[in-house]
Design a protein around this ligand. Structure first.
Ligand SMILES: Cc1cc2nc3c(=O)[nH]c(=O)nc-3n(C[C@H](O)[C@H](O)[C@H](O)COP(=O)(O)OP(=O)(O)OC[C@H]3O[C@@H](n4cnc5c(N)ncnc54)[C@H](O)[C@@H]3O)c2cc1C
Length: 454
């Protein structure tokens, strides 16, 4: 078999590479050992958000009486909840398979390894290719002394859990941990998060970290910050976890969500001369590896592990291979959303990063409380908008907390990505009443003409 491009891994990064390359007239083969769509479609973004929508509906029913709607929560039918999740995933999987086929992309169902320069082994088949793209994604990291199985879950088992647990310990307060904590709490579980650092979602701006901590406290989610697990044991009735500070916790289940490492072992990368750093594939800004004709996209490249970053990597590599010069993906400009209740969304620099890069006196930070936003109040939520600008310069970062604020990040992303000054965007009108007005208010205030703020 000979082709222009062989992609190892058919997840967000891999299939995006294939789709764009085929569009540009390249012959592409995708080698996928499981299912095209990868983690995001089958075990990540889509199924988690399906379950979080169930959680949001449960919360809405609980709060309905306050709006005069006489609905009573009788419970959650777990099998129907999973049928909803599985139905969604199956539909999207079918759609993706159809799209790949329609673009003439061949998918080889096999484990792929690099056999040598321009050679990929896919099961019994050898594929010769001018370009090889590594898109094998990431795996759940498990701390020493713990093992996934039984009542100790990774996010994969957690998604498919056949019951709503009465209690869960979540190990790790990063994005995956807090999303499951939020989900299970809404479904009625007692949840305790154990996080080694001093904050939940530690990479986010302080204002988002504080608001999430406050909201979780109000919702009855327990947190043990600055705490590490020493040992964990399980039996038929539950798990018990001993913390290094001597405290012990018990629950029905333990979710391990301490991060995801690059899935690069056993691929023949080092043998082929591809340089790795702590398992991540080392690339230049154009996503070329240390070996000519070998590229890498998505979670195997160090940076934010997000599906939309993988899509953009794929587009970039396909266009490079086809001979054009697309702009590199800037990790800083990749929007981030944490789908908890309340949602968090951000793009660009945090306050700490902006201060470090430009100096404390060279930036201006504006916080707008969503209590002043009518639509947020109608939705029964609270939160805030933080906009950070270089004083007399462009917007450097936007950080949002509140109901459904993930949908607002696209505007912020354009403003930050285009290096817009608040004065450039302040005259652009936001519809009323919308939550997006809060962003408009923040830009107006930073442009020196606050409307609804003092
Ligand atoms: C619980 C959870 C929730 C998430 N939620 C979000 C979210 O809301 N938004 C978001 O943007 N991101 C989310 N993510 C992250 C997102 O899923 C990843 O960033 C994204 O899937 C990375 O794409 P990728 O192509 O690099 O890897 P993957 O999607 O992991 O794809 C890699 C593919 O390679 C295949 N593969 C691996 N090795 C081989 C081999 N040797 N041969 C053949 N095939 C191989 C795998 O089977 C897999 O299909 C979430 C992740 C998890 C775990």
């Amino acid at each position: 078999m000979h082709t222009d491009i062989v992609v190892i891994g058919g997840g967000s990064g891999g299939y995006a590479t294939a789709l764009r390359a085929a569009e540009l007239g390249k012959r592409v083969i995708v080698v996928e050992r499981d299912k095209v769509g990868g983690t995001c479609l089958h075990r990540g973004c889509i199924p988690t958000k399906a379950l979080l929508h169930v959680a949001e509906t449960v919360d809405a029913v609980r709060e309905a009486a306050g709006l005069g709607v006489l609905a009573e929560l009788q419970g959650v039918d777990v099998s129907r909840m999973h049928a909803f999740r599985e139905g969604l995933v199956a539909k999207k999987h079918k759609g993706l398979q159809g799209l790949l086929k329609a673009r003439g992309i061949e998918v080889v169902a096999a484990e792929g390894t690099i056999a040598g320069p321009g050679r990929v082994r896919a099961g019994e088949t050898e594929i010769l290719a001018t370009n090889i793209v590594i898109a094998t994604g990431a795996y759940t990291r498990v701390p020493p002394g713990l093992e996934i199985g039984g009542r100790v879950l990774s996010s994969e088992q957690a998604l498919e859990l056949g019951e709503i647990p009465a209690s869960v310990i979540v190990l790790g307060g990063g994005v995956i941990g807090v999303e499951f904590a939020s989900l299970w709490r809404s479904l009625g579980a007692e949840v305790t998060i154990v996080e080694a650092l001093d904050h939940l979602v530690p990479t986010e701006d302080e204002t988002l970290r504080t608001q999430l901590a406050r909201a979780f406290r109000k919702r009855g989610i327990q947190t043990r910050l600055g705490a590490r697990v020493a040992t964990a044991a399980q039996d038929d009735s539950g798990v018990s976890v001993q913390l290094e500070d001597g405290a012990s916790l018990t629950a029905d289940y333990l979710l391990v969500a301490v991060g995801r490492g690059p899935a690069t072992t056993g691929l023949g990368l080092e043998e082929a001369g591809v340089r790795l750093d702590r398992g991540f594939v080392v690339t230049d800004v154009d996503l070329r590896t240390s070996v000519e004709g070998v590229w890498a996209v998505g979670d195997v490249v160090v940076g934010p592990q997000l599906a939309h970053r993988g899509f953009q990597h794929g587009i970039q590599v396909a266009e490079r291979i086809a001979g054009s010069t697309p702009a590199p993906v800037a990790d800083e400009l990749v929007p981030r959303i944490v789908y908890t209740s309340p949602e968090l969304a951000s793009v660009g620099l945090t306050r700490a990063q902006a201060e470090e890069r430009h100096g404390v006196d060279a930036i201006t930070v504006l916080d707008y409380n969503l209590a002043g936003n009518a639509r947020t109040e109608i939705l029964g939520g609270s939160g805030s908008v933080r906009v950070i600008r270089k004083t007399d310069g462009p917007v450097l970062g936007v950080h949002l907390a509140g109901p459904r604020v993930g949908e607002l990040i696209s505007e912020a992303q354009l403003v930050v990505g285009w290096d817009a000054h608040p004065e450039d965007v302040a005259p652009l009108v936001h519809a009323h009443p919308t939550q997006s007005e809060a962003l408009g208010e923040a830009f107006l205030a930073l442009a020196g003409k606050p409307l609804h703020v003092l």
